[in-house]
Every structure is written in structure tokens, then in C-alpha cells.
Design a binder for this molecule. Structure first.
Ligand SMILES: [Zn+2]
Length: 96
């Protein structure tokens, strides 16, 4: 089915390829990104529990900004829980 979903994916790919996405905050419980869209700049929050929000007015559940920013934070950020992240970065001894 061609439709909004593929339009979202196509736009997300373009935003990504044009380098419009920045990580602006990395926090233990969430990561914030910013996407410079065609008409405005929007911010996304990717929570550790895998929920995501975006400041754009889209009524789509998953907008192109979320799809695009997931290309940046997704594979490195989302699969790890933070216990695993701490262990991989600091080792067991430094977890308090
Ligand atoms: Zn959005």
C-alpha cells in the first residue's frame, strides 16, 4: 500500500541524507534530537522505554522527524538498557 507511510519514510530518508539531524542532549533516561525540517525546526525526545515524541504538529503517530532521528539514535541507543551501557563504558566496578 503506497500512502502516507511511504511518504514519511521517503521524507525521513531525505532529511537524514541532507544532514538535518542533530543530537542535542544525551541523558540517562532520554535522548533529544533536533531536525531542521523544510519549514521549521522540531525537537524529538527518545525515551529509554522506547517511546518517542516530536514537537511538530503532525497528526501521524510516527512523523518523518521521528523516523529520521531514529536513524541517528536508534541502533546505538535503543537496544541497550542503561545497566548494559554503564557496563560497556565504565565496567562493573564503577556502577554506584
Ligand atoms: Zn515530527
Amino acid at each position: 500500500m503506497m500512502g502516507l507511510r511511504s511518504n514519511v519514510a521517503r521524507k525521513a530518508e531525505r532529511l537524514f541524507n541532507e544532514g538535518r539531524i542533530s543530537i542535542i542532549e544525551a541523558h540517562p533516561k532520554f535522548m533529544r534530537t533536533e531536525v531542521v525540517g523544510d519549514s521549521a525546526t522540531y525537537r524529538q525526545t527518545h525515551y529509554a522505554d522506547k517511546t518517542v515524541s516530536c514537537t511538530c504538529p503532525s497528526h501521524e503517530e510516527i512523523c518523518s522527524h521521528i523516523v529520521a532521528s531514529r536513524k541517528v539514535v536508534g541502533k546505538k541507543y535503543r537496544p541497550l538498557n542503561f545497566q548494559e551501557l554503564n557496563e560497556s563504558v565504565f565496567g562493573d566496578d564503577n556502577i554506584v
